[in-house]
Design a protein around this ligand. Structure first.
Ligand SMILES: [Fe+2]
Length: 403
């Protein structure tokens, strides 16, 4: 007869990892595995994670216990290890019994519950180490889960990943986004055009520098928001213009080099604030923040680097000379051959990049012609969620294949 499956506080299938020891020590259950791994599990936390026993709802796998209901009478009466290595706890004062899956406990002991787990570590790059974007075939990524996972891994690791030979249909970008997550809408709309009939004289009638024939220096989009869009996906539908190569630089690598080589500029860019300002009929988006924003521990890096929408220094006037000097140094480094790569943007290319880490831009056009890109934003939360799910699904698949 098949053993009953012990439900866990989420919807993942964990491989069993039998406990070797359990000891109650005041408010903690001290759990041990044969390889020396340990976990100090606090009583209220275990009670909150008792699936189907008042802690976690079996249907939603969400917590049921309001902290207001926790009281000192809730205590572990005894703890034991089941035949399958799971943890069994009997609770006072209600006599509730709860069983905890050994593999689920083990994933916490291993730190695999943390937001950065199941995501690849970032790899910082320069023009020498990554002369062109990591590239995948669009049709293969669209149809094959494993290849989709690899493309997503590259996107997380390098902050940049390109698909080639995608359809040039105007709706392709939105359709593709369904594989990743909800699109982040802005005042430019859920999908926006970078459209220029490059005439090589004067500017198009437009509300964005992106729609002109000018060079666009390395930048990040929408620093005017409290949380700028996490990722940007640009799809090339048509490009007859000459020149106008796309440029990319790994802002995280520039930040790392700046800290070592110009610590005074690093200090100025991480501590002095600027007000960024999207101006237009009916809109007034403003946010004040440092050029280099590390956020709280665990936050993705946010670079606020877009001179067309940088409105005002938000600092003591005495700090302005060093603030400008620091910004100039950073921007020169980002645009240098050491950090910046340039490559043609061809119809059917879809380039995804971390809008808060990667500095993107465009060289000036050399000859005229039609150029049509369509872009969408998707927030970090969406991309990270899909990357975790994909990577866990692929890991489970490989485990079952190996068995
Ligand atoms: Fe941009």
């Amino acid at each position: 007869m098949e053993k009953p499956i012990i439900p866990t506080p989420d919807f993942y299938a964990y491989p069993s990892s039998p406990l070797d020891s359990v000891l109650l020590d005041d408010r903690f259950a001290l759990l041990g595995w044969a390889d020396g791994t340990t976990l100090e599990a606090f009583d209220f936390w275990l009670r909150e994670n008792a699936v189907g026993a008042g802690g976690v709802d079996l249907a939603t796998r969400e917590g049921l216990l309001d902290p207001a209901e926790l009281h000192d009478g809730i205590r572990m009466l005894d703890a034991s290890i089941g035949d399958d290595g799971s943890l069994h706890i009997r609770w006072a004062p209600d006599g509730v019994e709860a069983t905890y899956h050994s593999g689920w406990l083990r994933h916490v002991a291993d730190g695999n519950h943390r937001p950065d787990s199941w995501l690849p570590d970032p790899v910082l790059w320069t023009a020498a180490t990554l002369p062109e974007p990591p590239t995948h075939e669009g049709a293969v990524v669209l149809e094959d889960d494993e290849m989709f996972g690899r493309w997503l891994e590259d996107l997380m690791r390098y902050g940049l990943s390109r698909l080639r030979h995608c359809p040039t249909d105007e709706h392709f970008n939105i359709e593709f986004s369904r594989r990743i997550g909800a699109v982040r809408d802005t005042n430019f709309g859920p999908i926006w055009d970078v459209k220029a009939d490059v005439q090589m004289a004067g500017h198009a009638d437009t509300n964005s520098t992106a729609n002109t024939n000018l060079r666009l220096g390395p930048h990040t989009d929408l620093p005017t928001r409290e949380t700028p869009p996490g990722f940007q996906f640009l799809h090339c539908i048509e490009n007859e213009a000459g020149g106008g190569y796309s440029t990319m630089a790994d802002g995280a690598a520039v930040v790392e080099a700046l800290e070592v080589e110009h610590p005074e500029h690093y200090e100025a860019l991480t501590t002095l604030n600027w007000i960024f300002f999207n101006r237009g009929p009916g809109i007034d988006h403003r946010w004040s923040g440092p050029f280099i924003d590390h956020g709280v521990a665990g936050s993705p890096l946010t670079l606020r680097a877009f001179y067309p929408v940088r409105g005002f220094p938000d600092m003591d006037p005495h700090d302005m000379p060093r603030a400008y000097a620091a910004m100039t140094c950073f921007s020169q480094m980002a645009a240098s051959d050491r950090f910046q790569i340039a490559y043609p943007f061809e119809p059917g290319d879809l380039v995804g990049f971390d809008n808060r880490r990667i500095l993107h831009g465009r060289e000036a056009f050399e000859t005229g012609g039609k150029r049509h890109l369509r872009g969408i934003y998707i927030d970090q939360d969406e991309v990270r969620s899909t990357a975790r799910v994909t990577s866990r699904r692929l890991a489970a698949h490989h485990r079952s294949v190996q068995v």
